[in-house]
Design a protein around this ligand. Structure first.
Ligand code: ZN
Length: 239
């Protein structure tokens, strides 16, 4: 973890980031999962999210393991149509578990915009770490700006980034909120995720169509009743 080019004006944010990262250790949100680099170009600040070099998918090894799994499940892996399945499955998992590095560019809030910014119904899909089955739905991500603004498309990229790993919905929700709090230092952040878990709808209780809603609220979005209810109504989950 390194912070090249960190200017003195960002010293407070740096301290905040360290504090938040320390708090977030219980969510596995730290250097074991991704690295940060920060560079400042004039008024713009880039926060680069990336995977540490020592992580990655061994696709060939995964394909062998999928073939073994199919065999153990009693599947005739020599059957027509299954020849490429192990490699295909391995590549699918590799894609779903490999977050793409990207830059979160923030801009100075020159006009002093101080109302909620909310991106609604961002589609996302992730993999449940208990069953390796997908859970998917929509994310509602908002923040109350302070000195920095971020491009709206980046809110969706942040959700996608943290979705591409084995997850539980609660942790994914917290990681998106904690990252935005760290990267933007806004007055508040709100994240609501609504998802259907295939491990619930295809097996076990077979609660088809049931949706799980999780939320993580920070700062004024959590503490001020009016802002909180405004965010939650803007994030009104679709039924
Ligand atoms: Zn599950």
């Amino acid at each position: 973890m390194s912070h090249p080019g960190l200017g003195t004006e960002d010293a407070r944010e740096e301290l905040d980031a360290q504090r938040i990262l320390a708090i977030d250790d219980r969510f596995d949100f730290d250097r074991r999962w991704h690295g940060w680099e920060r560079t400042d170009h004039g008024a713009r600040a880039h926060l680069h999210l990336h995977q540490p070099a020592d992580r990655g998918v061994d696709v060939d090894k995964a394909a062998d393991a999928v073939a073994d799994l199919l065999d153990a499940l009693g599947v005739d892996t020599a059957a027509d149509g299954l020849a490429d399945t192990p490699a295909r499955v391995a590549r699918s998992f590799a894609e779903m578990l490999t977050p793409e590095p990207f830059d979160v560019t923030t801009f100075p809030n020159e006009e002093g915009y101080d109302e909620l910014v909310v991106a609604r119904a961002i589609p996302f899909a992730s993999l449940c770490e208990h069953h390796l089955l997908p859970f998917s739905g929509h994310a509602y991500v908002g923040y109350l700006p302070d000195e920095r603004l971020v491009g709206l498309s980046k809110l969706a990229r942040v959700v996608d980034h943290f979705s591409r790993r084995l997850q539980v919905q609660e942790r994914l929700t917290a990681q998106v909120a904690n990252f935005l709090q760290t990267a933007l230092a806004p007055k508040g952040v709100g994240v609501v995720l609504e998802a259907e878990h295939l491990c619930m709808s295809l097996r076990g209780v077979k609660a088809e169509g049931s949706r799980t809603v999780t939320s993580a609220l920070k700062g004024i979005v959590r503490d001020d009743p009016r802002t909180r209810s405004e965010f939650l109504s803007l994030a009104g989950t679709r039924r």
